[in-house]
Write a protein that binds this ligand. Sequence first.
Ligand code: AMP
Length: 277
Amino acid sequence: MSLRVCRTVAEFRAACDQVRHAGARVGLVPTMGALHSGHMALVDAARARGARAAITIFVNPTQFGPNEDFARYPRPIERDLELANAHGAELAFVPSVEEMYPPGEQTRVSVAKLVDVLCGPKRPNHFDGVATVVTKLFNVSGPCVAIFGRKDYQQLQVIRRMVRDLLLPVEVVGHPIVREADGLALSSRNMYLDAAERAAAPQIARALSAAVRGFAAGFRVDYVELVGESELEPIADEVTLAGSALLAVAAFLGRTRLIDNVVLGQDPAPVPEEEHG
Ligand code: AMP
């Protein structure tokens, strides 16, 4: 295997310094492992930019909440290293928790407003954990180009803002989402899905596809909102919708303003399945 595996900060820092001394650029691909074709596309993208791909594999404890899946997150490290090697990664950084978080550590990196929406309220401290570990990885690897997937879109924007605000010597590149043939976005967590859940999962991508086709038809969207079906109140940050809610749209076609809605959980789909393929 030509992949060089570094397990300490000192070793990975020296290896990245060596790459730069040889006149090459470090192409950093931070991951939590359980690698799949989405991760490999990031390695390929680093190499396509002429950089030497350095993949990091670290299940970062500070980005998991107390009731999340840190303990059971898959860690197939030997398989991961083989895959990274097969894709031409030159360096792999596989640190221990103690190596990344020295005993007694008490420092966090925190981006403010961007974390107040989407996943932020649902996963308190998650993005602080991400920003902190990514800062550490940048500080160990040194100046580099770093590739992140757009599946974690909010994470990408948080990292872009952090790099800009902290003047970090890193070029951040966002890579398109890699999907299964049926549209499901690849994820290490897809392996948690049972057969019925796996069959349902592509519905997210199908719904997004319908939105793309709808928008491409020439609409100017006035609003798209999900609200309570009785009081029309915004669905609060702390609510995870399992019951019903009103999904309402207003959009202009030319000078004409059209409105439509469905009550999710009550109304049938307004257009039969075969017509929205
Ligand atoms: P993770 O191991 O889940 O933390 O992901 C590591 C990196 O891979 C992040 O930048 C993710 O956005 C990216 N990534 C994960 N899944 C995909 C995918 N399906 N397509 C593109 N990038 C992905």
